[in-house]
Ligand binder design. Structure first.
Ligand code: NAD
Length: 321
């Protein structure tokens, strides 16, 4: 069995490798070659922690396993550790024997950024020039870095509930040589692409803050009750997601469906667009919306890719098991 510790991931994994792994596994999910197992998430009654498992099997990529982990809210203050903690376990699908244990913290950030980036590649207008960011926390910097690689963006505009955090994304724009402007929410009408990545439980982006032809990637809503955009926006848009079952229960569509504004059958898998079985964007004026809820197969795909890179570089630790 191989071990790839968290400390090795930053030097091994690239945004391009994460993008490739996520694009392939979304395609495999849409063609029925890969499926996610039901998610387990429990409040364990210790340290206020939420702990759970996200797993799946990709018959095309032959990736089987799970990500175990969750959220320990006291880690940073009490122990100087990050609050989100996860580890990926991979198994040999031919024998069931464990094949690898991989640090999952940085990989989670990279696979989430890759998902919105894949959606921009397949759904945004080719001539998109202005990208709008809603959110400026830890994950927002990863999302923006990956998104900027998908089109020749000339400007980043940003809004955040806590404006003092905006320098986090301004820095990413500066590193990429793109100008940055803080805007109010109606100012998002200037954006061709919008990425939303907040922990909000009430909508910030309203339907009339979005111009025709915009592509929106909603990445923050991954739990029942969370919401980043007005439900009416989903009724105005062509809606895509990573996995429909997860999207309607814990993603943005939970609210639009509850309000009777859209039906489950209105939501398409992004993988179908990648595979060419769904046409994707219908016109230059259409609003497209990708709801990225985060699936276990994304974690397995990037973990499998990093194991290959670790083996090639000779940094995977081999243990008898
Ligand atoms: P963070 O704590 O670093 O940042 C939180 C962000 O939400 C900040 O920009 C903050 O200003 C904003 N925010 C807080 N309260 C708000 C409110 N009431 N209204 C609007 N904005 C508000 O967290 P992070 O690591 O950047 O993660 C952001 C979200 O993304 C989390 O909710 C997390 O669960 C989610 N996430 C989703 C996936 C996925 O695959 N979809 C993966 C990782 C994280």
């Amino acid at each position: 069995m191989l071990i790839v510790p968290e400390r090795e991931i930053a030097d091994l994994m690239t945004r391009a490798a994460a993008f490739d792994a996520v694009e392939k596994v979304f395609a495999a999910m849409a063609s029925g070659d890969a499926y996610n197992f039901p998610v387990v998430r429990e409040a364990i009654g210790h340290e206020d922690a939420l702990y759970g498992f996200k797993g799946g099997f990709d018959r095309a990529g032959l990736t089987l396993g799970l990500k175990a982990g969750g959220y320990w809210p006291n880690n940073l203050e009490k122990r100087g550790l990050i609050n989100h903690q996860s580890t990926v376990f991979l198994f040999d699908p031919d024998t069931g024997k464990p094949s690898a244990v991989v640090g999952g913290n940085l990989l989670t950030a990279l696979r989430t950024a890759a998902a919105s980036s894949v959606s921009i590649k397949h759904l945004a207008r080719a001539d998109a020039k202005v990208i709008g960011m809603i959110g400026a926390g830890h994950q927002a910097a990863f999302q923006l870095r990956a998104a900027l690689e998908q089109r020749t963006f000339e400007k980043v505009i940003g809004w955040n509930y806590h404006p003092e955090m905006l320098p986090n994304i301004e820095k990413v724009a500066a590193e990429a040589g793109v100008s940055f402007e803080a805007v109010d929410l109606p100012g998002m009408r200037a954006a061709d692409v919008i990425v939303s990545i907040t922990s909000a439980f009430a909508p910030s982006l309203m339907a009339d803050h979005v111009s025709p032809g915009t592509h929106i990637a909603c990445m923050g809503t991954d739990t029942k009750g969370k919401q980043e955009v007005e439900a009416a926006l989903l009724a105005r848009a062509a809606v895509f997601t990573d996995e429909v079952a997860q999207s309607i229960s814990i993603g943005e569509p939970q609210h639009a469906i509850e309000q009777g504004l859209i039906a489950e059958s209105d939501i398409a898998q992004l993988g179908a667009v990648i595979n060419g079985t769904h046409p994707g964007r219908g016109s230059d004026d259409q609003i497209t919306l990708f709801d990225g809820t985060g699936v276990g197969l994304q974690d397995l795909a990037v973990a499998a890719a990093v194991v290959d890179l670790a083996v090639a570089r000779g940094v995977a630790i081999e243990v008898d098991f």
